[in-house]
Design a protein around this ligand. Sequence first.
Ligand SMILES: *Cc1c(COP(=O)(O)O)cnc(C)c1O
Length: 335
Amino acid sequence: MNSVINDKIRQVERIHLANLPTPIFPLKTVSKELSRNIWIKRDDFTGVEMSGNKVRKLEFSIAQAMQQGADVLLTAGGIQSNHARATAAAAARLGLKSHLVLEISKAPKAEGNYLLDQMLGAKITLLDENAGISFSEKLAELAESYRLEGHVPYIIPVGASNGIGNFGYLNAFDEILAQEEELGIRFDAIVCAAGSGGTYSGLYLGNKLTKSGRKIVGITVCDNKDYFTKVCTGIVNETLSLLGEEKDPAPEFTFIDGYKGLGYAISKADELKFISDIAAKEGIILDPVYTGKAFYGLYNEVLKGTFEDCHNILFIHTGGQYGLFPKQGQLEEVL
Ligand SMILES: *Cc1c(COP(=O)(O)O)cnc(C)c1O
């Protein structure tokens, strides 16, 4: 591995938390069904407690926090946030405190990620979705109270999707290029779910900096194309300025809308049925909030001809399986 990215990343502070590289393998049944080579990269294998995509970003965010002498990591997300759980796990492993702000619409049950957050010793503030206060306001308020107590807090934004966290998927792109060489394959398209935009931004920037010419596709599981174009332009440019590179005023992103279904983290029967079918066909468990919707999107878009010019397609499994357990009742209905 001696690419442009690798040289740049070596200059950025990083701690190693994830099991890397994560494996890539073909999906035999789905490939046959779609008459296309569909491969999967198992970023759900990055670890057990820190499983999924967020740990790649946290390797850089937490390195920066520690460099600043932080002893408390503050972050936020939905009640079943994978990112919040990965942050709590990383903090516990590193001997730091964690404080999570989790948004709720009703009194939460101790299940899935929220149960794990408590086991991992995180301090938790529940924020009602109608409270009229944003994550960033609440995090700033908590940080201030920690400062007054003599702590050094560090705020990680939702999903660790900012300029520094973005190095996680910039690095993953480099990893994919090296794996392509080993496998003797070239992926025409790389597809992921877009939730807070960091995974997509990192892959996009990797493709751009190495002039690899791949199609990088984000399937939106909340908000829409316009929102992600704005957010990811910000993230990409933050990383470019950390690298001392020129800004990219109008990046050419490819986002696909139409698969968020009833809304963020809300499942429909057809989505859960699809997840269950893939499990039986391929022995792979997708999650209901991100990868289930995104892979459902990819599957349908290939059938519609959107990927006509792409022979080899890589889907990134970004994790999230703990989020299935709170959907147990709904899942039982589709089995
Ligand atoms: C957060 C998350 C995503 C979305 O990644 P972003 O970088 O936030 O866009 C996808 N899959 C899982 C399982 C996640 O937890």
